[in-house]
Each structure stands twice: as structure tokens, then as C-alpha cells.
Design a protein around this ligand. Sequence first.
Ligand SMILES: Cc1cc2nc3c(=O)[nH]c(=O)nc-3n(C[C@H](O)[C@H](O)[C@H](O)COP(=O)(O)OP(=O)(O)OC[C@H]3O[C@@H](n4cnc5c(N)ncnc54)[C@H](O)[C@@H]3O)c2cc1C
Length: 466
Amino acid sequence: MLAANLITELKKIVGGQNILTSKEDMTTYSYDGTAFWSHMPDVVVLPTSAEEISRIMKLANREQIPVTPRGGGTNISGGSVPIKGGIVLCTTRMNRILEINKTNLTVTAECGVVLQDLNLALAKEKLFFPPDPQSFFACTLGGNAAENAGGPYCVKYGVFKQYLLGMEVVLADGTIMKLGGLTAKNRTGYELMMLMTGSEGTLGIITKMNLKVIPAPPAAQTVLAIFDDIGQGIQAVPNIMDAGIIPAKVEFVDNFILGRIEDLFKLGLPKDAQVLLMLQVDGSPAGVATETEQMVEILKKSGARLIKPAKDAQESAFFWKARSGGFAAIYSSARTVFAEDVTVPRDKLVVFLKRLSEITKETGIDINIIGHAGDGNLHPSVGTDPRDKEHFARAMDTIDRIINMALELGGVLSGEHGVGLDKQRFLKRAMDPAAVELMKKIKAILDPNNILNPGKIWEEEAKDGG
Ligand SMILES: Cc1cc2nc3c(=O)[nH]c(=O)nc-3n(C[C@H](O)[C@H](O)[C@H](O)COP(=O)(O)OP(=O)(O)OC[C@H]3O[C@@H](n4cnc5c(N)ncnc54)[C@H](O)[C@@H]3O)c2cc1C
């Protein structure tokens, strides 16, 4: 618990209306999208400017109070859980889009802007910001930058870091620092902005950013393809890429999630099918027509049982709404779900899926899969119940095997969700120890009192069994 005088000091900084101290209010900020990790904060502050954040950080640094930055709290690695208590610094009241510049193709926005609000504002200007984590209705730009978020569009358009031009950050000691700018090119000094990107709230609080946007593609076509065979379904993805087509999105849905989606959205898909691929090509109308034709041909040759192009933009939007419900299907399938984030090179997807089914046979634990097939980022998910110790142990063993297998295939531990609390026990296996040591040194320079999101990324690695 924080001393009363410190709460009073915080109230002076942000105002009484921007501070939460009751158990009922703070419970909402004690967990995130993982539904496994939770810890109560001592206080929640909702600042409205970088200057307020600077004053909060000066106070926290002086008193050595842990500060957990938080945007929408949608992250699925435990990153926004205040595991050491202290202050949750939630940015959702810093939610102004400050400028959309059509000549520069840039947008300047505060960190608490919800991604969907940005998308709606850009759509009015016929502009497009591609990174699309499927939590877009609730996640914030600050959280997206701190996780270097991805999503379905990233197969063609890249992840969040590829759109960052400039950034304002508040450091652990309260310094307000500006990085980058508004230009497409900038080779001035070290890429400190990239250091902040993906740093999961451990190095600074991102308060404002300049993002690159692009003109919205004039045409797009969504195609659904159903396969009876998992191997054929996933092989279709490299087949399409090998033909020189880079779809805007290539999403993979397994039989279990397909069934759930069909129950809810009634897309007219056969529930006995093993794989649903959801693809989209975009660009000029003529290019889209040609690529759709080529893609459909490749899908047929790859063994698709049913191919269903969207009739129009409305049906296409409905298909993608169904896709974004896929994670809800997974999360409602068990008390606790671990949505893994391993990512493998595209040419290893077929063997990756084959090995997943072997792991299920070995451990007796089902693995559900929905994810970004075009990126090799398939999110194998394991459902369990920590109260059932025997099942939980087998689920943990299953996760262990999935991660080892993905690393053996030349993959990575996390494609887009970050390490947070969830994956730190695997860090030693997944990263060069020299790189981990360098990260720790950087952290010690920027945050010598270890107050920014302490307990995240590596501090629990002593528990690593591997
Ligand atoms: C249904 C669902 C679907 C998802 N789909 C995707 C997906 O397709 N792709 C993907 O990449 N992710 C996905 N995610 C994960 C998550 O939504 C993203 O990581 C998102 O970027 C988190 O944003 P947020 O605002 O909710 O951040 P939070 O969860 O609040 O925080 C995430 C991390 O960033 C830190 N942080 C937050 N704000 C700041 C700030 N201003 N400055 C510094 N650090 C900060 C926090 O401390 C924490 O470590 C999904 C999650 C859910 C629940």
C-alpha cells in the first residue's frame, strides 16, 4: 500500500478525478488479456499529458515505486499486469489524434488513442494504417508501439515499427525525450526509437508518436478456402507466395475454431473441414482481379474443397469480423488459455503443423490454431485449468514442446505478443545470452532503480527449467 502522503502528491499531479484507489476500481487494472496473471496495484493514475507523466515518474523514481504502463490492457503475455504492485499508469485519457497530414502521409497522435478510432478517422481521408492487431477495438497506439504489434495485414505491409517516424517518451527519471520526426528518412544518430519499440513498458513511457500512413488501396478481394487436409491447406500458403503473389492477409483457422465461428456467424462453411484459409488481395482493381484469379487457381490445385470469394465489400467485412471473433472462441474453450506466439519461417509451416499434431498425440492435450499463416505466426493455443494439477502439468509440457520445436525449426519465441510474464522462462533458450546481458545493461542505464514495469521480460528467468 502506498503511504497517504504519496497518494496526495499523485492527486496534486493528475487531479482527484484521474486517480483510482478503491478495490472495485483497481481490480479492472489487475489483469490483462491473459486471464492467468493478476496482481492488484496500489493506485491507478490516468494522466492527461506528458508533463503529468514526467512528474509521476520523478515521484516514483524518488520513492522507488513500481510503475506499470498500461493502454487498453489487451496484451496476452502478462505485460500490463502490475506484478510488483505500485502504480498502474493508464494512458487512455491521452486519446487525441493531433494531426492527419495528407501531403506528408503522416498522423500525429497521443499514446492512448484506440487503434479503431485512428482507423475510422483515417478512413474518412481515404488513408490506411496497416498494422491491425485483432484487439483493434480496444488496444491503444502506445501499447501497439510497446509491443511492436502485428496482425493479419502484416504479411504484405509489415509490423508497427515499420510505420513509426517519431516518438515522445518519458524516461524513468521523468525526462521527456523526443525521437525521430515527421520525415520518411532519418539517419541522425542511433535508432533509439527502435529501442523503445517493443520494449514492453520497461524502458520508457511512450506518450506521443508520428506514424506513417498510406493511401487506402482502391480495391480488395477476400477469398475463403476450405480444405479437408491440414497439410494441403497450409501448403497452399507457400504455393501462393511462390507464384509471386503477396496477399494482404493470409489467415489460418483450424477445425475447432471454424466450428465456433460457423455457429456464431453462419458463413455457410462445412464444420467437418480441417482448415479454413482466409485470404485477401488488394491494390488496383485490375491487379486485384488478376491476382484473385491466379490465387483461386492455386487454391484449387492445392486441393481446396470449397472456395468462396466475398460477393462485395460488405460480405468481406463480415468475413473479417468473423475472423476477429476467433480468439474469443479459443479463450472461451477453457478456464485458462495460453495463446502461444511462436513464429516459424514460412517454408517450415507444413512441418510445424505436422509436429503440433504429434505433440498432441504425445501429451494428450489439444492444440487449437488460429493465426497469421502468411507470417508463419500461427498462435497454437493450449487450454487448461490450473486447479487440475495433472492436466496443468501436461499443458505446460505441451507448451514447452511447442516452443522447443519452433526454435529447432529456426523460429522465434514471440512474433508479436512480447515476453511479458508469460514467456520469460523460455528467454534463455530463445535469445543469445550475450543479447540478454546487453538488454539488462541498457535497462540498468535507463532505469537504474528498476521502477518501470519491473518483473517483466527476464527477471523471473531463474525459474527457467530449460
Ligand atoms: C482478442 C485479441 C486479439 C489480439 N490480436 C493481436 C494481433 O493480431 N496482433 C498482435 O500483435 N497482438 C494482438 N493481441 C495482443 C494485444 O492486443 C497487443 O499487444 C496490443 O498492442 C496491446 O495494446 P494495449 O493498448 O492493450 O496495451 P497493454 O496491454 O495495455 O500493454 C501492452 C504492453 O505495453 C506496455 N505499454 C502500454 N502502453 C504503453 C505506453 N504508452 N508506453 C510504454 N509502454 C506501454 C505495457 O506495460 C505492456 O507491457 C491481441 C489481444 C487480444 C485480446
